[in-house]
Ligand binder design. Structure first.
Ligand code: EPS
Length: 365
């Protein structure tokens, strides 16, 4: 029931925010990839709660146990099973809202679909589930880097009303917001602190770039690379919009402006975001997501109880004032997993084609 994604690289996640554990099974992983439990630490820490003052204060170790698929430190080609035990659940935070529906949350839709729901931490709808996507993508990122020299990285591109005034990849790694403008980090802190004091939340934009992707990945017509990236990115909690390349800005552009002209030295621009006709062009792949402001907030809102009577809802507990702050590694993970799946699919069908001339260097951004 759609807890699995990918074709040749298939990832299934399971678990709830307040259950005993969360986990995933990665099937189709090529043999021979070096995997050690410590490989997961850095990416999981970037996504985790409780690592800075500006995110949820739930403290999870997020320690990965590798249950199968690895022998003497290398993948064997059999299903790789990863498990993370939940250790800091506080279900009493959800006592007051178990009998009502948070406005803007999945609560109501889950109730209508299943007739039963796990209100503790949002259950399966919780962002806790994204931990396993990031864990699975550790393998994908490693394989993409080793086999193809691909690097997938992202940054916060907007937080509420704040837009970076400058851009520097080095700055992104140097602050807890993955913010690309080092000079603005103090302003971002003040903004998020004020939001937290007000008990409210705000939306965000995250940009992801994949460099080094060779031309030819992606399939016409229902397996387009951009189509599958969009679906994968849209499946992240709180995502309400996805753009590839210039995205919605293309609406106001002319063909003469939007097209990426080609010279023997390279493409002159990258409005397409590295994908033409659903197939990679060899340029950097650029994708962006819009995340909504999370609905678990202290500002009282109107809702109804299970009997349909009007009630006022306030969500207490340890919540994120801006879920976008932790979404950067999640968006990177989804891009990496889709790319590895397409790499394997391309190899399966077109592995004999080899390199076709002319090969245009990926000169443009
Ligand atoms: C979340 C609510 C909070 C966050 C959680 C996502 O959970 P809890 O109420 O149990 O503290 O901490 O995020 C994580 C636990 C995580 O690892 O990302 C939600 O409603 O989505």
């Amino acid at each position: 029931m759609s807890n699995t994604f990918g074709h040749l690289l298939r990832v299934t996640t399971f678990g709830e925010s307040h259950g005993p554990a969360i986990g995933c099974v990665i099937d189709g992983c090529p043999p021979g990839i070096a995997v050690a439990p410590e490989d997961f630490r850095a990416d999981l820490a970037r996504r985790a709660t409780g690592r800075s003052r500006w995110t949820s204060q739930r403290h999870e170790q997020d320690a990965v146990e590798v249950l199968s698929g690895v022998y003497e430190g290398r993948t064997t080609g059999t299903p790789l099973a990863l498990l993370i035990r939940n250790t800091d659940q506080r279900p009493k935070d959800y006592g007051d809202i178990a009998g009502t529906f948070r406005p803007g949350h999945a609560d109501y839709a889950y109730w209508q679909k299943y007739g039963i729901r796990d209100p503790r931490g949002g259950g399966r709808a919780s962002a806790r589930e994204t931990t396993m996507r990031v864990a699975a993508a550790v393998i994908a990122r490693k394989w993409l880097a080793e086999q193809h020299g691909i690097r997938v990285r992202g940054h916060l591109a907007q937080l509420g009303a704040l837009v970076p005034g400058a851009f520097d990849w080095d700055a992104v790694e140097g602050n807890p917001f993955s913010w690309p403008d080092a000079g603005m980090v103090g302003e971002v802190e003040t903004y998020v602190n004020a939001l937290r004091k007000a008990g409210d939340s705000v939306g965000a934009r995250v940009d992801v770039v994949a460099e080094g992707v060779p031309p030819g990945w992606g399939e016409p017509v229902y397996g387009k690379l951009d189509g599958e990236l969009a679906a994968a990115l849209m499946s992240i909690n709180a995502v309400k919009g996805v753009e590839i390349g210039d995205g919605f800005a293309a609406v106001a552009q002319r063909g003469s402006e939007h097209r990426d002209e080609i010279t023997p030295e390279g493409f002159l621009s990258n409005h397409a975001g590295g994908i033409l006709g659903g197939i990679s062009s060899g340029q950097a792949i650029r994708a962006s997501i819009a995340l909504k402001p999370a609905s678990s907030i202290l500002v009282p809102g109107r809702s109804v109880d299970l009997a349909g009577a009007p009630v006022e809802v306030v969500t207490k507990g340890r919540h994120d004032p801006c879920v976008g702050i932790r979404a950067v590694p999640i968006a990177e993970a989804m891009v990496a997993l889709v790319l590895m799946d397409h790499a394997l699919r391309h190899r399966a069908q077109c592995g004999d084609v080899g390199m076709v001339e002319p090969r245009i260097p990926p000169a443009a951004p």
